[in-house]
Design a protein around this ligand. Structure first.
Ligand code: COA
Ligand code: ZN
Length: 308
């Protein structure tokens, strides 16, 4: 478990997973979930967001969550922000890293953030200035592989927006497939182009399994040179402002895939499966992940008796 990971997985369940849930999980349960996750070997956990509480009531307690979680050496606790106000709240609550979000699709950005690109980009500039260089700023480009309102997103536009992010002080970027519209061919192309602008450890891929392509997109991204991936415990997640949104790539399914093909993640798969099996009691419904239901492929069953 201590070898350098071949794949860096950022756990996003406390943010992406819980933001779409109709049930508001209590601060105490969120903190307990994050503390359990941080014992499992994740190098990075997106622990909450600092957005308008009217937009996402489920995560209105980001300040209390960040102040209450146990800080574990080697774990970076990331906060999603949409604007300067979010950056200031995240800094005050002690976030280790900011994750600014804007959508490649202007239509989705207006629906999700109430802003056009100019508004969001000036918010990024204000947020990076507010950090005074004290903490890392990542910038996510949502709908980078397709938008539920606009459809396909032009590659040139995606690259220009990445360049704008870097110019405005973002130190790394995430390409997000908000509603699972990516496919392996598109992923390979996007990763190759993005790696012309950012180094390998400055690019994260964030896939949703909306159309069942989440894990194949991860593998296509990895084979094209990407190293860092977001995933959510149990496969929970989705954007509340994207019709038809559904869960992220499931973390334990991804860790299992990595183990099966000999890629080290540094994450304790058995512990992860045990934690995922507790999720239905936290969110009040079954979750989409598969490995927590089936067990690992090395978890064998006794054969039923056969006739003599
Ligand atoms: N944290 C807390 N409150 C915030 C805030 C933040 N980061 N940013 C704005 N607000 C508050 C304002 O003070 C205002 O409150 P009031 O009505 O009580 O005065 C209210 O939110 C609306 O703010 P306004 O500046 O008028 O913007 P808006 O209504 O157009 O909303 C965003 C813009 C960006 C704040 C909002 O769309 C948002 O939070 N979006 C995030 C959506 C999200 O998290 N999606 C999933 C993750 S990608
Ligand atoms: Zn997402």
């Amino acid at each position: 478990m201590n070898a350098t990971p071949d794949v860096i997985i950022q756990e996003v369940c406390p943010r992406d997973g819980l933001q779409i849930e109709p049930v508001i999980v209590s601060t105490e349960r969120k903190v307990a979930l994050i503390d359990r996750l941080s014992e499992l070997g994740f190098p990075r956990i997106e622990a909450g967001s600092f957005v308008s509480p009217r937009a996402v009531p489920a995560l209105a307690d980001g300040d209390a969550v960040f102040r209450s979680i146990v800080r574990r050496e080697g774990v970076i606790f990331v906060a999603l922000i949409p604007n300067l106000r979010g950056a200031e709240r995240a800094l005050a609550a002690g976030a280790d890293e900011l994750n600014f979000v804007m959508s490649a699709s202007v239509t989705h950005n207006r629906v999700n953030m109430g802003m056009d690109h100019e508004g969001s980009l000036s918010a990024l500039a204000e947020a990076t200035a507010a950090t005074g260089g004290r903490i890392h700023v990542n910038a996510t480009l949502a709908t980078a592989f397709g938008c539920p309102f606009e459809g396909q997103q032009d590659e040139g536009k995606v690259l220009r927006l990445i360049e704008a992010y870097l110019r405005l002080g973002a130190q790394s970027i995430t390409l997000a497939d908000t509603t699972g519209m990516a496919n392996p061919k598109l992923v390979r192309r996007r990763v190759k182009s993005a790696l012309g602008l950012v180094p390998r450890d400055g690019l994260t891929l964030h896939f949703h399994n909306t159309r069942g392509l989440g894990l194949v997109n991860v593998m296509a991204g990895f084979e094209a040179g990407a190293l860092r991936f977001d995933a959510s415990l149990g496969g929970l997640g989705g954007c509340p402002f994207a019709p038809g949104a559904s869960g992220n790539v499931c973390t334990e399914d991804l860790v299992n895939l990595c183990e099966e093909v000999g890629l080290n993640t540094g994450i304790d798969l058995e512990g992860l499966i045990a934690l995922s099996r507790e999720l239905p009691s936290i969110v009040g419904h079954p979750v989409p992940g598969q490995v927590a239901k089936a067990g690992r492929s090395c978890d064998l069953h006794p054969a039923p008796p056969t006739p003599p």
